[in-house]
Every structure is written in C-alpha cells, then in structure tokens.
Write a new protein. Structure first.
Length: 340
C-alpha cells in the first residue's frame, strides 16, 4: 500500500523547510510568490492533503455545524438548505440528525456533537426544556423554530400566533364555525402558539372554542407517529355527533395523514370539508384541489440561524428573530354553506 505523503515529503520536493510549507498552507505572507508556486507544485505532484480532522482537534474546534431536528418534516429540510448556503460564507459544513421527538436521543446527539468539537449546534428542541446543562457543551447552541423555557439562547422562529390566526379567520370568513384543529405535541412552543392563534380568531368572531375540536395528533414519537396521528384524528373527529366542517392542520406530517383520512372517507375538499395546512411544498400546488397553506420562511430561518451562531461565537450577543408567516390562498378553503 502506497504511503500517504507527509508535510516533510512536500518540503523535500519543494526544497524548502517544513515551516515554509506550513506557512503556504495557512496562507501566511512570509513566503515569496515563487516559493508559494514551488510548494503548490510539490503538493500537486505528491497528491498531498492535510488531515483536517487532526488539525481541528489541535485547534479545539472543527469546521462542522450540528443541526438537530425533531423529525423528517420537509420544513426542516428547507431549513437545512438555508443553513448550508449560509455556512459557505463561514467555511462551515453541516451534519444533521433527527431526534424523532425523543429528548433522550436529542441529548445524546448534543453530547456526541460536542465530543466532535463542532463549531456550534442549531437545535429544534424535542420538548420545551433542555434536560442537560447548557454549559455541558463547549459548542454554542442556537435554537430554531421552537423555544425553551429554561435557557436563554439565541432563537430564530416564526410568528406562529399570527399565522394560525390568519388561517382560522380565512375559514371563518368562508362560513365555517366548527373548525377542527389538529396540533403536534403539546410539549412544544409552536403547538401552544398555533393553538392560541386559533382561539384568538374564534374569539374575534364571538365563537367559543370547543375542546372536542382541538386534538393532538399522534403519540409524539417521530415522523411516522405524526402522519398516523393526523389520520386517526380526522377519523375520530368526523365520528363526533357534530363533526367539523373544516380542518386546520398545523404541520406538514399531520397534514399528510389528515388528507389520507379525508380521501378514505370519500369527502371532497372543499365541497364537503374545508382545509388549510401548514408548510408549503410543491406537491400542494398540483394537488386537486391545490391546498391553502400557512407558509413558513424556512430557508431564511436557516440562514438567520447561522448568522446568529456566528454572532454568538464572535461577540457573545444573543440574537432573537420572529419572522412573519404567509397565508397562501388556494382552492381547498373554499366557501361552504353550513348551518349555524
């Protein structure tokens, strides 16, 4: 097996000292242009590449950023895209993992990433509290999408109350008074805020919230559980003595299950049931009918999280941003004549 070329081999071929090769690799200005060219030619000839992992360990920090998300919702994929684009400006790379809504797995991932000396962690927490001390990790943490009650950390989030309020008001304007609300885990900030926006909209129309129409979908153990939860919640609600005439479903995974149930019940959207979902995706434009959606600026959230991380690392400043949500109106929330 051919021996991997070393720094010494490069220095020997270029006829310079090891220190000079190191200066060239680290873009220091001590070497002349002629020497730099000679060193680069030697590197190319030998096929030399330095061990970035060992170099990072020596410095006490890698060029990796950890992203920990709760599930495989396409919303988090779009956040990842924004993070990756912004990381190019800082010469960082991203490694992503899903906790599947498990705080134990989330904490394991945080410990693992910290042991790898990542430059920082962007976290969408599985619950509203962090069960390991913040100072456990040498890597700074920025929150995205979801808040924590017991930690003062930078956070990039969306205005969930306002987004949910707009969606509910749209269904009310279209004649619906019994609106089924399907929420994710009750233990996260986004759920609390989206429920609040729904209740505020009902109050504005002088309608008292019916707890039978407010349900949490699934057992909160990850991606599949939420899809199944959205499905089962629609089935259960449509079996009520006075079922909803419309649904507002507050995340993409719940929405997949909910739509599946509506189709199996042979209900037509929007003729038989009004529908508004959460998180825009290309398939929602080409579905029949196209879905009205509360759209989150996921890509921009990812970019801002990286900027917040850089600010935290460089100045210690804690950055908070709450971005507006957009209600994209399509045909699924159409007017339905319903009785009072």
């Amino acid at each position: 097996m051919k021996k991997k070329p070393t720094l010494y081999d490069v220095a020997k071929v270029a006829n310079v000292s090891i220190a000079t090769v190191s200066n060239v690799l680290n873009h220091k200005s001590e070497a002349s242009e002629k020497t730099i060219q000679r060193v680069n030619e030697a590197i190319k000839k030998l096929g030399y590449s330095r061990n970035e992992s060992a170099r990072s360990l020596k410095k006490g920090e890698s060029k990796l950023i950890g992203l920990v998300v709760p599930d495989n919702n396409p919303f988090f994929t779009e956040i990842l895209n924004g993070i990756q684009e912004e990381c190019e400006l800082y010469d960082w790379q991203v490694v992503a993992a899903a906790s599947e809504e498990s705080s134990a797995r989330q904490n394991q991932l945080i410990k693992l990433l910290s042991a790898q000396q990542v430059s920082g962690i962007i976290l969408a927490p599985a619950t509203d509290t962090l069960e390991i001390p913040i100072d456990f990790s040498s890597a700074p943490i920025v929150l995205i999408d979801r808040e924590l009650h017991n930690a003062e950390l930078p956070i990039i989030k969306a205005d969930n109350v306002e987004g949910s309020y707009k969606a509910t008001k749209m269904l009310l304007r279209n004649g619906h008074k019994r609106i089924g609300l399907i929420l994710a885990s009750p233990g996260i900030s986004t759920t609390v805020q989206r429920k609040q926006g729904y209740i505020d909209a009902l109050k504005s129309a002088q309608i008292k919230a019916d707890e039978k129409l407010i349900r949490y979908g699934g057992d909160y153990t990850g991606t599949k559980a939420q899809i199944d939860g959205g499905y089962q919640t629609v089935i259960n609600m449509m079996n009520l003595p006075s079922p909803p005439t419309a649904f507002f479903v507050t995340n993409h995974l719940l929405m997949i299950g909910a739509v599946k149930a509506i189709k199996e019940l042979r209900l037509s959207i929007p003729r038989d049931i009004g529908f508004i979902g959460f998180d825009d995706h290309p398939w929602q434009e080409i579905s029949d009918p196209p879905f009205t959606i509360v759209s989150q600026p996921a890509f921009e959230m990812g970019r801002l999280a990286v900027r917040a991380l850089n600010k935290l690392k460089s100045t210690g400043e804690i950055v908070t941003a709450s971005l507006p949500l957009q209600l994209i109106i399509r045909k699924s929330c159409g007017t339905k004549n319903v009785n009072d």
